[in-house]
Design a protein around this ligand. Structure first.
Ligand code: TYD
Length: 205
């Protein structure tokens, strides 16, 4: 089973990835967690280029770097683990590329969908959790002024990204579950577990 978490920065994804992994490991599942970009030596190097504030990248350079990182991690880590029957939980996957590079940077969505398809070798998450927060909450949570390159984009950019995620959630309403990210960590985790348990039950039947 391939599970992804999505949302704008400071939506609390990373905490939820860890909590869900712990929950599933306690239940006896083999679980691996990853973040995108990242997860392999090459992907981590690409991540450094992408997030370094001093790097000036064109939108297309940025898109191809995200896709290059994805191709590496899908082929070397995600697919092999799924084939072995592990649960893979990923902090961001290609919905982020549609939201950030498509809606945010305004690269045509149909082109991004094609890139996503080839980079992920047609792999689509089984379940995606979208932790939805308002930009205002994001700003409040972002206590520090040290932003990485993408987080330091303007407010209009982030609004387009947040809206992009909501559009995606409607488009893929059987896969993407929207959870209000302003709830407490415990409440969000409970909701996530409820949805996963239902899916696991369905799989056993
Ligand atoms: P990261 O520090 O991992 O952010 P977070 O902890 O909030 O997930 O940085 C990843 C950044 O890269 C984040 O701002 C979103 C952006 N991103 C894209 O623009 N496109 C993508 O395809 C992916 C995977 C991430």
């Amino acid at each position: 089973m391939f599970i992804t978490f999505e949302g704008i920065d400071f939506s609390g994804k990373t905490t939820q990835v860890q909590l869900l992994a712990k929950y599933l490991i306690n239940k006896g599942f083999r679980v691996i967690t990853l973040r995108e970009p990242g997860g392999t030596e090459i992907s981590e190097k690409i991540r450094q280029i992408l997030l370094e504030p001093k790097n000036e990248l064109t939108s297309i350079t940025e898109l191809f770097l995200f896709e290059a990182s994805r191709s590496d991690v899908v082929r070397k880590v995600i697919k092999p683990h799924l084939e072995k029957g592990s649960i893979v939980i990923c902090d961001r996957f290609w919905d982020s590329t549609i939201a950030y590079q498509g809606y945010g940077r305004q690269i045509p969505i149909d082109f991004i969908e094609k890139c996503n398809f080839f980079a992920s070798e047609g792999l689509e998450p089984d379940i995606t959790f979208l932790l939805d927060i308002d930009i205002e909450i994001m700003k409040r949570r972002a206590k520090t002024n040290i932003f990485d390159r993408i987080e330091s984009e303007g407010i209009e950019f982030l609004k387009r990204v947040a809206n992009g995620f909501r559009v995606l959630a409607k488009q893929y309403n059987e896969r993407i579950f929207v959870i209000d990210g302003s709830n407490t960590i415990e409440d969000i985790h409970k909701k996530v577990v409820e949805i996963i348990e239902n899916r696991l039950k369905g799989r056993d039947e």
